[in-house]
Ligand binder design. Structure first.
Ligand code: BES
Ligand code: MN
Ligand code: ZN
Length: 499
């Protein structure tokens, strides 16, 4: 039974294989085509084999081959059940992100067939694996808890990518398949309900990644007490689910060079604590561990594709609950850095968790740079909505590299300011700082708070509250957990790999 398999190793539902550019004998076929192509090659072969049905259908539907669109033709002849035309836009405009989306659109349009093929005729070899990535990710569905209606989901069991050079495409796919699996792991973690994915359960799933060659270290409450993690443990104290910190390490550089560090907020449920949240929408707070989910999926992807770089991933796993033992507004806690914090709002808990983990990451690993990911503030959703994540950084090079990786991967970042004037808003009457800065600039004061724990390490903070969960499906991407950050950071890491 599927559920008995280790979660991190569950196979993707669709098997992807590669073969040459030839008209398939039957089943479903997707023909991604540029708006400005001459429709020679496989398109014209299929059109001829179907007596011109494909061109007639495109004409009748006024299909424009605009990127993100598709046109389905049922039983066109030549033994095919379905042909799906997929718009790629103009050839010069096709990016990795658009290729990925086209793959998703194609696979979703053929999801009800058990066998299907996607042509990559005319598409740059470097973008062919992105088509496969999009197809694989577009078919994602979480059905662990369904006992009925499982059969409503995608049936596509075997997908063939047709390419002029299938060997090259297959080789290129191995590294992207690792990314696809990382994204799937992240989506599974983020989708799990909070009664299942407690901090301990999350740590257990992280431990499964040892099989991929990662080093996994787990810290329990006494271990964190020893480290002086008063800020993280203050958040955890209201929950009967014990907190954990997980440290995942991938040493792919072949030397002991300083690692890249990624830190994730892993609040497995955020009730707000005593500063409790309103009931409407509180269920969303099961995905307040999205940052930790991304770091876990990223490290699994890097291990699977054997990235030539040293990387460390740290997860701060706690549940923010209400109880007789819960932290109170007004409590003062001592962070691992020694700095004291007046907790004026128990719902500003993510920064408390990250304060200790970020500090530990810096002190322990002296990383080349550190990137933290957190569903940190509702204010970032007000500012940027659900398209861009907020980027805050003390280092212009790191910020520029991240922004570029975002443009390429399609997981886009918008840089926000950090400044002394905002930092002043965190002044406390009785401690070194308070954990809220007031209503104005809520995402910035949260970032300023984190900055107090990074020292002079080049650091970036990604506020992913608006992009971690999609309440609506988009072309090529299902609703629910997005795993925003895995593809982005995989792309960033590629820039830092040796040779
Ligand atoms: N996890 C929330 C932020 C959040 C809100 C994520 C909506 C995703 C969707 C965070 O812990 C929080 O509660 N932030 C507060 C901070 C405030 C009390 C200063 C917020 O944004 O309201
Ligand atoms: Mn909160
Ligand atoms: Zn939170």
């Amino acid at each position: 039974m599927k559920d008995l398999q280790k979660d991190s190793q569950r196979d993707p539902a669709t098997e992807i294989s590669f073969s040459g550019l030839a008209l398939p004998a039957g089943g479903a076929l997707a023909l991604p085509e540029f708006a400005d192509s001459d429709r020679s090659g496989l398109f014209s072969a299929v059109n001829e084999a179907t007596g011109g049905a494909i061109a007639r259908a495109a004409e009748a539907a006024s299909f424009s081959f605009r990127s993100g669109t598709s046109c389905t033709i049922l039983a066109p002849g030549a033994g095919l059940d379905r042909v799906v035309l997929v718009g790629l836009g103009n050839k010069g405009d096709l990016t990795e992100a658009l290729a990925e989306r086209a793959g998703g659109v194609a696979a979703l349009a053929m999801a009800m067939h058990s066998e299907a093929a996607i042509s990559t005729d005319g598409i740059d070899a470097a973008l062919v694996p992105l088509i496969a990535l999009g197809a694989s990710l577009g078919l994602y569905r979480f059905d662990r808890y369904r006992t009925t209606d499982r059969e409503d989901g995608p049936k596509l069991a075997a997908l063939t990518i047709l390419s002029s050079n299938p060997e090259t495409a297959r080789t290129a796919w191995t590294s992207w398949e690792a990314v696809a699996r990382g994204v799937t792991l992240t989506r599974n973690l983020v989708t799990e309900p909070a009664n299942i994915l407690t901090p301990v359960a999350f740590a257990n799933r992280a431990e499964e990644l040892r099989d991929l060659g990662l080093t996994v270290e787990v810290f329990d409450r006494p271990a964190m007490e020893k480290l002086g993690f008063g800020a993280l443990l203050g958040v955890a104290q209201g929950s009967s689910n014990e907190p954990r910190m997980v440290v995942l390490r991938w040493n792919g550089a072949g030397d002991d060079s300083a690692p890249l560090a990624f830190v994730g907020k892993g609040v497995t449920f955020d009730s707000g604590g005593i500063s409790i949240k309103p009931a409407a929408g509180m269920e969303d707070m099961k995905w307040d561990m999205g940052g930790a989910g991304v770091v876990t999926g990223l490290l699994s992807a890097l291990a699977r594709r054997k990235a030539k770089v040293n990387v460390v991933g740290l997860l701060g796993l706690v549940e923010n609950m209400v109880s007789g033992n819960a932290q109170r507004p007004g409590d003062v806690v001592r962070s691992a850095s020694g700095q004291t914090i007046e907790v004026l709002n128990t719902d500003a808990e993510g920064r408390l968790v990250l304060a200790d983990v970020i500090w530990y990451a810096r002190e322990t690993f002296r990383p080349r740079f550190m990137v933290d990911l957190a569903t940190l503030t509702g204010a970032i959703i007000v500012g940027l909505g659900h398209e861009y994540a907020g980027l805050f950084s003390n280092d212009d090079t790191l910020a520029a590299n991240l922004t570029a990786a975002g443009q390429i991967s399609g997981e886009k970042l918008w840089r926000m300011p950090l400044a002394e004037e905002y930092d002043q808003l965190l002044k406390s009457d009785i401690a070194d700082m308070k954990n809220i800065g007031g209503r104005p600039a809520g995402s910035i004061t949260a970032a300023q708070f984190l900055q107090r724990f990074v020292g002079d390490t080049p650091w970036a903070h990604l506020d992913i509250a608006g992009v971690t969960w999609a309440s609506k499906a988009k072309p090529g991407s299902p609703k629910g957990a997005t795993a925003f950050g895995v593809r982005l950071l995989d792309r960033l890491v590629r820039q830092y790999e040796a040779g």
